[in-house]
Write a protein that binds this ligand. Structure first.
Ligand code: FAD
Length: 415
């Protein structure tokens, strides 16, 4: 049976690898290179992650097993320990902030006391009206006001009280009151999840992506414009045909490509909102940090990814990120405020980068996904499922979808 996969990002490449031994698989990709959001570009001998900096880890053993057993052996990665900081009132405090109260106390004792008082007295009844309400109930008013709300305003380009809290569960480490208190009197932060990551020994994530793509039939520079189901087959651009179709294309686009999609589904798809991200690669002063988070509303950048710290040996390069489309000149001008940033090296504005969890999110995603399920078109990935997925969750979702497809369609030849 022929399987068509639309999009050669991490999701498309992963599911293709999982199905390749049982089906005749082809991937159609509009870009001239595979890798999607996760791809890199070599600049001055450095892997520039054009859409933010990526490193890999997973709490799911089946994902680690897929990657380390079938794609790139564990020995071919090195481990990076998180050394992340938040710039708060001009000072660096360690991430996550709720365990840095002792550090805050050193430069602003009143703030530290208010954070502690509000955190310990916050009432979490499990019922949240919006994202702001979620932060206030989980962390208390002071921590919400000095860090979570200004930072989230920057990364979503939207007021947190106009957003759904749907994305946060499982994405942020959330201490309970007991562990918060232990954090005040000990070094609790080292036990938090996502404290270490893997990066390829070649010092370029492209090695991982190339390994995923090994042995796959990928048609590059192939833009999918039209999808039609006729004569029991999927037909793409009135040419290529497949028995099974898997899309990793954004949910806001796919209904418009499928012939015969009801108007009401197209309207639902048009309600889905996303953000682009602008990045700049910089030569920097030396640092051992991995990430710096910047809640300050006066500073355009919300995050620095110290990509040079992911390399072994390390190099003095960082990537700064701004949500939305910003010009090269705006990025350079903003960078001048920080003497750590020595020289701009390269710049990029992405396409789809972040899903926006607004008031339409729940119903619009449900309606579009229900429609795709009804016409038996599989949809997968960060924008195919319209979720805040990291690479590992894209792989997990690919594993689950590949299993369903094999159970339904794969008939091994009898011996
Ligand atoms: C700033 C940022 C930082 C991140 N950092 C990390 C990290 O550190 N670790 C981590 O695990 N994850 C990270 N992620 C998440 C990770 O990038 C994604 O989960 C993953 O790359 C998504 O892969 P995908 O295949 O689902 O989607 P995509 O990469 O978007 O792939 C979809 C593909 O479809 C193609 N396409 C689109 N339209 C068409 C068309 N009409 N015809 C043909 N092809 C088409 C696109 O060109 C693309 O190649 C980060 C994401 C961002 C935005």
């Amino acid at each position: 049976m022929k399987v068509g996969i639309l999009g050669a990002g991490i999701s498309g490449l992963s599911i293709a690898r999982m199905l390749n031994d049982s089906f005749d698989v082809e991937i159609l990709e509009c870009a001239s290179e595979y890798g999607g959001i996760a791809k890199t570009k070599q600049v001055e001998g450095v892997a520039y992650h054009k859409i933010g900096g990526h490193c890999f880890n997973s709490k799911y053993p089946e994902v680690l097993d897929f990657v380390f057993e079938h794609i790139l052996r564990k020995e071919e990665w090195h481990v990076i320990h998180r050394d992340a900081v938040i710039k708060l009132k001009g000072q660096e405090v360690s991430y996550p902030i709720e365990y840095a109260i002792g550090q805050i106390h050193q430069f602003d004792p009143q703030l530290a006391i208010h954070i502690t008082r509000d955190f310990l007295s916050a009432k979490d009844n499990g019922d949240y009206t919006n994202l702001e309400d979620w932060f206030r109930k989980k962390f208390g008013d002071t921590l919400a006001d000095v860090y979570f709300l200004p930072y989230n305003r920057k990364i979503w380009n939207k007021e947190p009280n106009e957003m759904s809290p749907a994305w946060v569960e499982g994405k942020l480490p959330i201490p309970d009151k007991e562990s918060f208190f232990k954090g005040l009197i000990s070094n609790e932060q080292d036990k938090m999840p996502h404290a270490s990551f893997y990066y390829p020994n070649t010092n370029d994530q492209k090695t991982f992506i190339d390994s995923l793509a090994e042995g796959l039939n990928i048609s590059l520079n192939y833009k999918v414009d039209k999808i039609e189901f006729k004569n029991s087959q999927w037909e793409i651009n009135a040419g290529k045909t497949y028995d099974i179709l898997i899309s990793t294309l954004p949910l806001n686009i796919i209904p418009g490509l499928i012939q015969g999609t009801p108007e009401k589904i197209k309207i639902e798809a048009s309600k889905l909102k996303y953000n682009k991200v602008s990045t700049m690669l910089w030569e920097t002063k030396p640092t051992t940090r991995t990430w710096t988070y910047v809640p300050d509303p006066e500073n355009l950048f919300h995050r620095y990814i110290h990509i040079g710290s992911f390399f072994n040996p390390s190099k003095n390069y960082s990537i700064t990120e701004v949500v939305g489309e910003r010009t090269y000149e705006e990025m350079v001008e903003n960078g001048k405020k920080d003497p750590f940033l020595i020289r701009p090296v390269d710049y990029n504005v992405s396409g789809h980068a972040y899903v926006v969890f607004d008031e339409n999110y729940d119903t619009a995603t449900k309606n579009v996904k229900d429609y795709l399920q009804q016409i038996e078109l599989y949809t997968l990935g960060r924008f195919g499922e319209w979720q805040y997925y990291n690479m590992d969750i894209c792989i997990k979702s690919s594993l689950e979808t590949a299993k369903k497809i094999k159970e339904k369609y794969y008939k091994p030849a009898s011996t």
